[in-house]
Design a protein around this ligand. Structure first.
Ligand code: IMP
Ligand code: MG
Length: 184
């Protein structure tokens, strides 16, 4: 797989974003909500870089279904989310692609009337947005390629890669083959 961002580049970009978040929420009590499952690695790294009193929770959203890199139907499930009413809330996700997921999740969270609601993403894919809203914090802008690693998946795999890789045609064929072997 082609490496798009190395471990070191990811670390530096995430640390920079954490600094911006820290400056924004100075002396505040923060509630971080990570979008499952892609934000897990980012949330784990960012919260350990923030010296702020905070609560951490999750919300579930999924837009990709099965063996496809094309968005499918979107569903948001907030059953696991902690109480955010009157709180300063930062929503975190792995990637801002079309932007539909983040907008839908933010709408859902707004119903609970937080004191403030902002968003942070690891990646923003260039030229893909279908919404006017933008995340408040972005660690990296990347070209329009399908990427995996550092929490991002293809068919729920590769989230554990410590670097960010672009999936190419040859990788897809190799992936299909390895999944086939596991299933037999
Ligand atoms: P959006 O609603 O189009 O912005 O898509 C956001 C969601 O799609 C993200 O939270 C990811 O789970 C998934 N996604 C979008 N692009 C990629 C990618 O390049 N690799 C892996 N997942 C992606
Ligand atoms: Mg995903």
């Amino acid at each position: 797989m082609k490496t798009l961002l190395t471990r070191e580049q990811l670390h530096d970009g995430v640390a920079k974003m954490a600094d911006q978040i820290a400056a924004c929420y100075e002396n505040r009590h923060l509630t971080i909500v990570g979008v499952l499952t892609g934000s897990l690695v980012l949330v784990a790294d960012v919260i350990r870089l923030l010296d702020l009193p905070m609560r951490v929770g999750v919300i579930a959203a999924s837009s990709y279904r099965g063996a496809t890199t094309v968005p499918g139907e979107l569903s948001v499930n907030d059953e696991l989310m902690l109480d955010i009413r009157g709180r300063d809330v930062l929503l975190m996700d792995d990637i801002f692609d079309t932007g539909r997921t983040l907008v839908r999740v933010l709408e859902k969270m707004q119903q609970y009337e937080p004191n403030s609601l902002r968003s942070a993403v690891l990646l923003r894919k260039q030229g893909r947005q279908e919404v006017t809203a933008e995340p408040d914090f972005v660690a990296f802008d990347i070209p329009d390629e399908f990427v995996v690693g550092y929490g991002l998946d293809y068919e729920d795999m590769y989230r554990n890669l410590p670097y960010l890789a672009a999936l190419e045609e040859a990788d897809l064929a190799r992936h299909a083959k390895s999944v086939g072997v596991m299933g037999s």
